[in-house]
Design a protein around this ligand. Sequence first.
Ligand SMILES: Cc1cc2nc3c(=O)[nH]c(=O)nc-3n(C[C@H](O)[C@H](O)[C@H](O)COP(=O)(O)O)c2cc1C
Length: 358
Amino acid sequence: MGLFELVRPAIFTMAPEPAHELSLKGLESGVVRVPPVPQDNRLVQTLAGLTFQNPIGLAAGYDKDARVPDEALALGFGFTEVGTLTPLPQTGNPRPRVFRIVEHKAVINRLGFNNGGHEKALERLKRRGGQSGIVGVNIGANKSSKDFPADYAAGIKAFHGLASYFTANISSPNTPGLRSLQGGQALEKLLEIIFTAMDEAQETDCHSPPVFLKVAPDLEDGEVAEIAEVVCRSRLAALIVSNTTLDRPGTLQGHVHGEEAGGLSGAPLMEPSTRILAKFRNAIGTAKPLIGVGGVTSAKDAIHKMEAGATLVQLYTGLVYKGPHLPGDIVRGLIRHLDETGTKHISDMTGSKTADWV
Ligand SMILES: Cc1cc2nc3c(=O)[nH]c(=O)nc-3n(C[C@H](O)[C@H](O)[C@H](O)COP(=O)(O)O)c2cc1C
């Protein structure tokens, strides 16, 4: 039994938010450490001009304020995504607003983009300077904003020189109206504003980070087709599928927290989010790479995401249940899988079973 398994019962007696804060402090202080994670050329991929040492990333929401990007990378992640960051600090929704559903390895959250705003995160990212490692910046809009697209443009301008990549998050279920940016016309308008901001920022800083878009899993086939069409015509470099779901699978029925409002993440999201991922792969083909997120708690899950169409994979809730060894365990599992199946490179798996998932 590892250290995390020993301390997990004690951590789970704490409410989720203090437990999360404790884990951030553990990383900041250097107390949380893991054995070195192997490097393997068969896991290295280049996407949008960035070279990923392995395909497993930390999803947005864990390190909202860019407190531990390098410590997260040191756990063995091939990349990390800080945020969602909004221009102004905001406290989010009233507590309690995060709920563990332990029996299902799931979480429901309605945090509502609690974060310290651009300025503080900017200072932290400036302090890490030009250290290596891929650190994406996930940007969003303030709840009180009268102009959501302008908030995304502000994010681009603020972090242009520091972000390895941007993610425009239009899929949080906890900011009223945000998901309406996924509609064809609204999305087109948003992307126009984002890429105008990119062009303006580039005039003073020749760095040009790629922009990814993060979508919800709660989409009808027509909406998938509409988003895919806009994405294909756009300058977006990749699509992240998916955020948390508003849906509640029948298996959660009767659970004390099963009906809490908010976005569901973790194991019950694996299947629906992978199905939507495969649908996007079908609609987009190989024109734009996909990043698969939702319910990944093992190497097997990561392999399923790639077979369904993902080039890279992200996770968050898996960390809550499996602990800080998870990224390393998944990387080791991927290497074992390549050895056992004689697969030459991880990219050979991408989209190999899309049809099975659709
Ligand atoms: C507590 C919590 C907070 C989150 N906050 C954000 C966020 O700020 N921005 C974002 O794009 N996604 C956020 N997410 C969604 C995750 O990045 C991810 O898309 C989702 O949880 C599915 O992956 P998972 O099942 O591995 O957690 C959050 C998820 C959780 C559980």
